[in-house]
Design a protein around this ligand. Structure first.
Ligand code: NAD
Length: 299
């Protein structure tokens, strides 16, 4: 039985972080500038806390400045917008990330819309979403789909003419992913919870990117033999084989089945996740160069 190549997101992300660190050092030496990323976390959600910890740690490791703002869950939308406004004005801050999800009483659209589009390293501002949708090179591209595209291109090289299916249509992953693949001249289909016969749609795809948040939804028999499969999902499920009450992380693809059919596949964890943070650092570096009028690094 054939076994797919396992696409090593850890390794690709480590290489990207290394290049970013070298660029940061170069900018410091030549221009005396240190790029800075501000991360804002509201409330005590454990998963968000872990993400933010990791983002700040890797920002520092890349040689950039990290500004961490932790606010209580009761923070009002106005207070949060006030902080974003101050970060917009702060010249030491090149990138602003407001960790999602926000507490229910805060409108995420209003907060994300307040971020200076030039500092919008998550790429969620409507201006950047519009730029990406229209193929404008000035777009800040959302980190997770950008990381997915890098993984696909690292494995396949040229993507022109490939048939791609994006499963999931969120503004954070699915829609920008489809725009990126379209930009690479793929023939792109977006499938979602109302799609008729999702399995048949998947089976036509040379490139399958899955971002639905449903553990092991995509079965081996849904996958075209030899396809490149990118599993964005991060789902915590019970793992009785590891002992009572134990859990493990799994993706949206049934890895054990898919690995016997696909040509290449990302594991969970160790696939898309590490690329997301590396792309956040990349976007921060690019934002810093743009704001300071320096040449855009090729990353
Ligand atoms: P979301 O809930 O915003 O969107 C899910 C999408 O999946 C929706 O468009 C919905 O229509 C579709 N969907 C749901 N059930 C479906 C089904 N049965 N069949 C077909 N489509 C279905 O989720 P999201 O923010 O896009 O995240 C998706 C997954 O990716 C989650 O597991 C999330 O944790 C993970 N994620 C990982 C990273 C990372 O860095 N690795 C980043 C962002 C999100």
């Amino acid at each position: 039985m054939t076994k797919a190549k396992i696409i090593d997101g850890q390794a690709l992300a480590a290489g990207l972080r290394q290049k970013i660190a070298e660029e940061v050092q170069g900018i410091q030496t030549r221009h005396g500038l240190t790029p800075g990323l501000a991360v804002v976390l509201i409330g005590e959600d454990p998963a968000s806390q872990a993400y933010v910890r990791n983002k700040c740690k890797q920002t520092l490791e890349a040689g950039m400045q990290s500004f961490e703002h932790r606010l209580p869950a009761e923070t009002s939308g106005e207070e949060l917008q006030g902080l974003v406004g101050a970060l917009n004005e702060d010249d030491a801050v090149d990138g602003i990330l407001v960790q999602l999800p926000l507490p229910e009483h805060i409108d995420p659209g209003a907060v994300l819309g307040e971020i200076d589009p030039d500092k919008d390293v998550d790429g969620f501002h409507l201006l950047n979403a519009g730029r990406l949708a229209t193929g404008n090179g000035a777009a800040m591209v959302p980190c997770t789909p950008l990381g997915c595209l890098m993984l696909v291109k690292d494995h396949l090289g040229e993507l022109s003419g490939q048939r791609a299916l994006v499963l999931g249509r969120s503004n954070i992953v699915g829609k920008p992913m489809a725009a990126l693949l379209l930009g690479e001249h793929c023939t792109v289909t977006i499938a979602h919870s109302r799609t008729r016969d999702v399995a048949r749609e998947c089976a036509r795809a040379d490139i399958l990117v899955v971002a639905v948040g449903r553990p092991r939804l995509v079965k081996g028999e849904w996958i075209k033999p030899g396809a490149t499969v990118i599993d964005v999902g991060i789902n915590r499920v019970e793992a009785p084989d590891r002992g009572a009450g134990a859990t493990r992380l799994v993706g949206d693809v049934d890895f054990q089945e898919a690995v016997t059919v696909a040509g290449a596949i990302t594991p969970v964890p160790g696939g898309v996740g590490p690329m997301t943070i590396a792309c956040l650092l990349r976007n921060t570096l690019i934002a810093a160069c743009h704001r300071k009028g320096l040449e855009k690094p090729r990353l």
